[in-house]
Ligand binder design. Sequence first.
Ligand SMILES: C[S@@+](CC[C@H](N)C(=O)[O-])C[C@H]1O[C@@H](n2cnc3c(N)ncnc32)[C@H](O)[C@@H]1O
Length: 337
Amino acid sequence: MTEKENGLADDPGWFELKFPDLLSADSVREVHARIVAEWDYLQRSACQMAAGRALWKHVIHDPLADLLAGEACLRNLHEKIKKDRSNNAREMSGVILAVRTLWFDSKIEGALTSFNGRDSQVVLLGAGMDTRAYRLSCLKESDVFEVDFPELLQAKANLIKIAIESPYEHHHHQQIAKSLNRVAADIRSSDWLEKLQSAGFAPEKNTVWVLEGLLYYFTHSQAMQVLETIADKCNITHTVLLADFMNKPSTTLSNSVFHFYCDWPDHLLPSLGFSSTKLSQIGDPDAHFGLMHDPLNLFNKIRSLPRSLQTHPDDGKPCCRLYLVQASGSPLLPPIE
Ligand SMILES: C[S@@+](CC[C@H](N)C(=O)[O-])C[C@H]1O[C@@H](n2cnc3c(N)ncnc32)[C@H](O)[C@@H]1O
């Protein structure tokens, strides 16, 4: 399928909102009714991310995404994209999410390749409705850990079980990862690492940490606690951290539910113990994926400005940036005698 300048598929039929039959099954409706009635904005954000992956299906292959997103989130995002289309917007709703997903996919694969096939594990903190354990073939030799709130992991497990057992599903949803361990924990509390270890996480194994759409929901001290805990692991084994960071203007938008920001993650992470850090912005050559052709779209305009600028010189609007950051570290070699 070809894509237009704004990243949407260039196929009018593609954009009809069609729900998979399974979404109307009673068992699935029950799970989603509880999600709508009982979950807070933080947990529901997981379904919004899944809706993004479902509607950007021309670039992201995630056959479970519709089911995990639920009708309400799918309709909501679909309406936004429809509006963007009729306004000829340069930035389509969901494009950031699509680029972010593809960036994390490619960096996870790269990190696992850099471990040269050695025993590895991948930890998804704030995993939400992520289905990488079912869709990334690079995970077949890895133990995967998904950490999130208990009710979210339970609902996700129920929905995936329904899909796997459904005779009506066209897709075969098979787990690809060597193992998949769901760890119910509040990452703001002091015992999340202990819970991870009880679930089988081995500190000495090469590890990729995936913090996608997570850090900015934390306060500064909560986010630092998580980053320091991960950085400490660089002293024990080969460690790769993949995370997205908002800059200050992004968190200070009105109605923002975001707290933690970092304008210079490429300075912060080395100070915690990572030996190499690479920062990308949406639209950079490795964070583009053919979805950012328009040189005048917001991301391309901001990307070319110095990062120290907090407001755009042309219109005084805040320069809201999302940094995609890869950092790595490993134990120091013993000194040569
Ligand atoms: C925006 S979603 C991102 C989900 C997933 N990483 C993705 O990109 O699709 C944020 C996720 O972080 C989880 N989360 C936020 N704070 C958490 C905490 N303190 N403990 C455990 N999970 C948390 C939420 O439940 C939600 O699933």
